[in-house]
Design a protein. Sequence first.
Length: 259
Amino acid sequence: MERVTRRQVIGSVGLALGAGLVAGRVSPAFAKTEGPGREVPWPYRQLDPEVVAERGYHGYYKKHCMYGMFSAVVGELADRFGAPYQNFPMDMMEYGAGGVAGWATLCGALNGAAASIYLLSPSPKPVIDELFSWYTVSELPEYRPKNAKFDIVPSVAGSPLCHVSVGRWCEVSGFSSFSKQRSERCAWLTANVAKKTVELLNAQAQGKFAPVHPIPKEIQECRGCHGKGGEVENTRGKMSCTQCHQQEPEDHPVPFKKT
Ligand code: HEC
Ligand code: HEC
């Protein structure tokens, strides 16, 4: 049995009361939790995609892509509705910059989007699938922030990885990966991903969410053997397999179809 001191009890009651007062009223979603906002999802209220996009653009220049994306959505909720949104330690999201501390793994805008979707959606996975697939195949950025610093040419990321997304844009634009233009491109992209995320969350809140970017069947085929339950269950993932595995081994049972 865990021993709880009187001071701990008073402390947590004080916290709960404090958050309740800030919120004005305690939403039923929090009434049953031990502390306010401990359980996810938090209630989502529909937001204006353009307002959130603009926040994403400016947030990028404060603490980079993941912070820009996450603080666009959750910061807007915090400004409009207070607790629990305002209590989220948003600054931590700086970790996702440059695909997590510069490792160029998952695009920070996508990482921030996935975090906010998990925080706010009653059914997050299909929303993340749709967002990631859309990002992978679309010519982006397609949203131009109001006070853009430069013109930015769009490119197709081909992958949710920062490394591939940035590399392809550098190839299309001719700018280097540490240029001001590349930063601006990622700021636009952050705005664009924030806009799309809110559009998807709004659609889901209205009961109108309908994914239009399924995982391509070429990838599904590979997953059929290499994925969960397949005959050689030795991989996971939904990224394009043939982007990295360009040539099938000689004795491979099927020819590779490129995505
Ligand atoms: C019909 C089942 C099947 C499908 C579909 C399939 N594979 Fe395979 N794959 C295999 C088998 C079996 C092996 C050999 C496994 C072993 O010996 O470890 C293999 C081996 C591989 C290897 C490892 C080669 C090596 O060097 O050991 C890679 C990479 C691979 N497959 C990629 C893919 C990709 C990419 C796709 C989709 C384009 C795909 N596979 C579709 C059955 C499949
Ligand atoms: C971002 C690049 C990338 C993507 C995307 C990717 N792979 Fe790989 N994959 C690798 C690397 C790198 C290895 C490790 C190769 C090694 O150790 O020799 C690997 C290993 C594998 C292996 C084991 C090969 C072996 O040595 O036996 C299989 C099978 C495989 N991948 C299949 C897939 C399938 C199927 C997909 C799509 C769902 C996929 N991969 C997507 C990069 C990738």
